[in-house]
Ligand binder design. Structure first.
Ligand SMILES: C[S@@+](CC[C@H](N)C(=O)[O-])C[C@H]1O[C@@H](n2cnc3c(N)ncnc32)[C@H](O)[C@@H]1O
Length: 226
C-alpha cells in the first residue's frame, strides 16, 4: 500500500510567486522609511506581518467603506495598523491588541515616527478580553491572532460590526493546508480551526464573503445592510 502523501506547505502557493512579484512591483510607490524599517524588521526576525500587498488591500478596503473605527485582534508591532490608521484619517481610531508588551512599545515608536500615533490606541493582553471590554460598534474587525482561536474571534466580532462593515482575517488559506487532505500542521488543530472559521463565515446569512488569495489568503466578510 502507498503511504499517504504528506502535504508540504511550501508546495502550494495560492498565487504564483511570479504574479505576486509583478503585483508587488506595481505597488512600490510607497517609500515611507518607517514602513521599510518595519518590513526589514519582519524579515530579520522572521515575524509574520501581512506584507505590502495585503497592507494596501487593507487600506483600500477601509477607505472604501469610510472606516473610522477599527479593532485589531493580534497587532504585532503595528504593521497592519499602519495601513488601517492611514485609512481612518486624523479623526479615526485603530484599537490594537497584542499579548506581548514589547510589541506595544515597538508599534508606538513606529507609528509615532510615521505621524500616525494619535490615531492608534494599543492595549496589551488577551485580544478577546480587550475586545469584550471595548464598547460600541466597529467599521472593521480584523483578526490575526493564533489560528486555533479563529472561530472564537469570529463569534465575538460578528455582532459588533456595523451594517455594511467588514470582518477581515489573514491566513484564511493557511498556505494551502485548507485545500488538501494530508497536511503537516504547525500547531495541532490550527488548520481545522481555520477551516471551521471560514465555513462559519460563508454559512452566515448576515454576511457576504470572499477570500482574496494573495499571500496566505485574506477573508473579507461584509455585514449585509438588507
Ligand atoms: C501574525 S502576528 C500579527 C501581525 C500583524 N497583524 C501585522 O500584520 O503586522 C500575531 C500577533 O498576535 C499576537 N497574538 C496571538 N494571539 C493573541 C491573542 N489571543 N491575544 C493577543 N495577542 C495575540 C501575537 O503576540 C503576535 O504578535
Amino acid at each position: 500500500m502507498q503511504p499517504p502523501t504528506i502535504f508540504n506547505p511550501k508546495v502550494l502557493n495560492p498565487v504564483d510567486p511570479a504574479i505576486e512579484g509583478y503585483m508587488r512591483h506595481l505597488v512600490n510607490r510607497t517609500d515611507d522609511p518607517v514602513l521599510t524599517e518595519m518590513e526589514t524588521m519582519a524579515e530579520n526576525k522572521n515575524f509574520p506581518i501581512v506584507g505590502r500587498l495585503v497592507g494596501i488591500f487593507l487600506e483600500t478596503l477601509a477607505r472604501t467603506i469610510d472606516a473610522k473605527r477599527v479593532f485589531e485582534f493580534g497587532s504585532g508591532y503595528g504593521y497592519s495598523a499602519y495601513w488601517f490608521s492611514k485609512a481612518v484619517g486624523p479623526e479615526g481610531n485603530v484599537i490594537c491588541s497584542d499579548a506581548d508588551p514589547l510589541n506595544k512599545e515597538k508599534a508606538e515608536r513606529y507609528l509615532n515616527s510615521a505621524g500616525l500615533g494619535n490615531r492608534v490606541s494599543f492595549h496589551v493582553g488577551f485580544a478577546q478580553d480587550i475586545f469584550s471590554k471595548t464598547e460600541g460598534m466597529f467599521d472593521i474587525c480584523y483578526n490575526d491572532v493564533d489560528k486555533g482561536q479563529y472561530p472564537e474571534v469570529w463569534h465575538l466580532a460578528k455582532n459588533k460590526i456595523r451594517l455594511g462593515g467588514l470582518y477581515i482575517a489573514d491566513n484564511a488559506l493557511w498556505h494551502g493546508r485548507v485545500a488538501v487532505d494530508n497536511y503537516v500542521d504547525i500547531v495541532p488543530g490550527w488548520t481545522e480551526a481555520i477551516m471551521e472559521h471560514n465555513q462559519l463565515i460563508f454559512n452566515d446569512p448576515e454576511f457576504d464573503a470572499f477570500i482574496n488569495p494573495i499571500r496566505d489568503g485574506v477573508i473579507v466578510a461584509r455585514r449585509k445592510t438588507k
